[in-house]
Each structure stands twice: as structure tokens, then as C-alpha cells.
Design a protein around this ligand. Structure first.
Ligand code: EPU
Length: 350
């Protein structure tokens, strides 16, 4: 086990915020976690699990021991009559895994191509895009309990997946949560052997019309999703960001009718349970936030739901976590004042 001190985190978070980890341990295999827990100094200390750093806002140096997840490996583990069961180490890049599944003949994850982050972080917020969420292709995961050192396996029901939510986002004191308690080490996916396209998203429909193609292959869908994301979302390598900064809020039909009466153009989607989901990007855009900045933190011009770091470069400057959060709070206030809706941030504030 290699313990590093005072490690710069700028390259390890996709916002490229400048901060340091007081102590960082690279976890290359599950046994490394056992070694950390057995260590007299590191064992009792608070821990912070870092994947691809694509869903965090660092507001200062990180004092808990950072466990940087680098467990690798992608393989077909078994099959059922219906599904291929595929497994990936928590430290694999999500997009590399999606690419591997296509290259090896196990399509089904292509709608989620190019989502930044690692495989291990994917279940934490039940990532999703273009009509497919991780929970739709999930089989089980292995995790290690940081209190006891025990390895355990959870199925989908035990992960309690919701919209950008899971048991890993909730504290044990309030509920059955596993926040700050479980480290995900491997994730298994069940990908149907009989592949079916998932369509019905405006952006994908546009691509089908453009290419005059009514029945795209998995590879075509993958290419389109990559192209759509490249066109409207900033590449974190070029402009620091953490993807969508707020969740799309859900309101009742009455609340939605109220908003439509005032703003007929509000983008909304009716859900199966009768509630209505609003496009947070549209709400923020309607409040005039596109392109606005606080210090070096800004609202992306092509997608108001994405906050960006305008200054991050190799020079070590750029937005602070404080600037990002000040901007986020100002957006929340103005959306609340105009629409009566409190937007909930997606990333974890550290
Ligand atoms: N819109 C605007 N102005 C904006 C942004 C969006 O009017 O500045 C409108 C769009 O025109 C569209 C609607 O809002 O009618 C929704 O926008 P979009 O299709 O871009 O999707 P989204 O709801 O903003 C969600 C996910 C994304 C995911 C896309 C596609 C959340 C919080 N975000 O975004 O996920 O890629 O759908 O499925 O659910 C992420 O979570 O980090 C993420 C990027």
C-alpha cells in the first residue's frame, strides 16, 4: 500500500478545482482497503472515496483519507437464459466500459456512452441518459464495509435506486443509508441477449431523421449519443465541469399547470406516477443565466444546467469551490423566486 501526502487534486476532479488531499491511498485491489483499515493511523481516520471526480465540488483541501479507486478489469462472468452478466472493476472509466461492451458484442449500455466518471461511481447516483438508467442494466455489486472490513454483495432492490439516487447517497443515521460506509469495488451488469433500441428522445429522433435511419444499430446509437453530448456538453478535459449541476425537479400536475399558465413554453415531461418532471436547464435558461459568471465559475452557454470552471488551466488558477457554490446558490434563489421551485444540486460538495 502506497500512502501519498499533500496530493494535488486538480487533475483528479473534472471541475479542475485546485485543492489538496492531506493523505491519499491508491486502491488497486480490494485487499488494499483491508490494509488501510488495519493501519493504526489510517484505520480509524475518516475516509473519502474518490472515483473519477466527476460529480464533486471541492471547497477546500480534503482532510479525510482519500481512497482513490483504481481497481481494474472487465469481463463476462456468466450468462442466464435472458442476459449476459458483465463485470467491471470500480476504477474502470465508465465510457471505456461502455466501449468494451460494444466491441465484445454485448450492447445495451450505448445510450449512456460518454458519461464522465468511473464504473464504481455509476451506481451511487444511478447515472442515466437518453432513456436508460444504470438501474435498468444492473445485476449486483460488491462493496466493502469501512466499519467492519467485510465484503458484501447488493442486488438492485438493496441499492434502492431512484432518479440520480441510491442507498450510497444517504446516511446510515437517517435511514438504511451507506454513505461514508460502503466502498463499491466491483459492479455487475445484466445486458439482455436480445438487444432492443431505446428511442424516444428528441435529440436521438433528430439524428434518425438526419440519417434517414429508422432502425439504428447499437453502434450507430453509440456514435449519435457521443456526437450529441460533444455538441452540447463541455469536454471536462477542456472546460472543467461536473455534468448536470442540478437534478430535474418533479412537481405535481397543479404546480405544473400554474407554471404553464405563466410560462407556456416550460419544458415538462409527464411521469408514469402522475407527477411532472421539469427541465431544470430550461428553468435556469429562462431566468437568463446562460453565460453568467461568479468569479471564474460560469453557466455554460450551450446548456444552462452545466456549471463550468472558466479559468482552470495548467497555471493552477481557476474557479474555487466557493465560487461554484455561490453561483449555484444565486441560480437556486432566482429559480425559486420566479417559479417557486428549489433546485437540488447533483454533485457532492466536499
Ligand atoms: N433546455 C433549455 N435550455 C438549456 C438547457 C436545456 O431550454 O439551457 C431544454 C432543452 O431544450 C430540452 C430540455 O431543456 O428541451 C432538456 O434538456 P436536455 O435534453 O439537454 O436534458 P436535461 O434534462 O437537461 C438530462 C440529464 C443529463 C442527460 C440528458 C439526456 C439530469 C439532471 N440530466 O439533462 O445527464 O445527459 O438528460 O438524457 O437528469 C448528468 O446527469 O450529468 C447529465 C448530463
Amino acid at each position: 500500500m502506497l500512502v501519498e501526502k499533500n496530493v494535488p487534486l486538480q487533475a483528479l476532479n473534472t471541475f479542475h478545482i485546485v485543492a489538496k488531499a492531506h493523505t491519499l491511498v491508491r486502491i488497486k485491489e480490494p485487499a488494499d482497503i483491508g490494509a488501510v483499515l488495519a493501519d493504526p493511523e489510517l484505520g480509524p481516520a475518516p475516509k473519502f472515496v474518490l472515483g473519477g471526480g466527476s460529480n464533486i465540488v471541492l471547497t477546500g483541501d480534503v482532510k479525510p483519507v482519500v481512497l482513490k479507486m483504481e481497481i481494474k478489469g472487465m469481463r463476462l462472468v456468466s450468462e442466464t437464459a435472458r442476459d449476459w452478466i458483465l463485470e467491471a472493476g470500480a476504477g474502470e472509466s465508465w465510457h471505456d466500459f461502455v466501449t468494451w461492451t460494444l466491441d465484445n458484442g454485448y450492447p445495451g449500455l450505448e445510450n449512456m456512452a460518454m458519461i464522465p466518471g468511473t464504473v464504481g461511481a455509476a451506481p451511487v447516483q444511478n447515472i442515466g441518459a437518453y432513456g436508460v438508467e444504470l438501474q435498468d442494466r444492473f445485476d449486483a455489486l460488491d462493496a466493502i464495509d469501512l466499519h467492519t472490513g467485510q465484503t458484501f454483495t447488493l442486488n438492485a432492490a438493496q441499492c434502492a435506486f431512484g432518479y440520480r439516487d441510491s442507498v450510497f447517497k444517504h446516511c446510515g443515521l437517517q435511514s438504511m443509508g451507506l454513505k461514508d460506509r460502503a466502498v463499491i469495488v466491483r459492479v455487475r451488469f445484466a445486458v439482455p441477449k436480445i438487444w432492443k433500441t431505446v428511442l424516444g428522445y428528441a435529440d436521438i429522433d433528430k439524428k434518425m431523421a438526419e440519417h434517414q435511419c429508422r432502425q439504428p444499430t447499437a453502434r450507430q446509437l453509440f456514435d449519435w449519443v457521443c456526437a450529441i453530448r460533444r455538441a452540447k456538453l463541455p469536454d471536462p478535459e477542456v472546460i472543467g465541469n461536473a455534468g448536470s449541476f442540478f437534478k430535474n425537479p418533479t412537481v405535481t400536475q397543479e404546480q405544473c399547470a400554474d407554471i404553464i399558465a405563466r410560462d407556456p413554453k416550460v419544458v415538462h415531461y409527464r411521469m408514469d406516477d402522475g407527477s411532472v418532471k421539469l427541465a431544470a436547464g430550461w428553468l435556469i435558461d429562462a431566468c437568463g443565466w446562460k453565460g453568467k459568471t461568479v468569479g471564474q465559475a460560469g453557466v455554460y452557454e450551450k446548456q444552462a444546467l452545466v456549471l463550468v470552471n472558466r479559468g482552470a488551466g495548467s497555471d493552477g488558477n481557476g474557479a474555487t469551490g466557493g465560487e461554484v457554490m455561490t453561483l449555484a446558490k444565486a441560480i437556486q434563489t432566482s429559480v425559486y423566486e420566479r417559479f417557486g421551485i428549489l433546485l437540488e444540486p447533483e454533485p457532492v460538495v466536499v
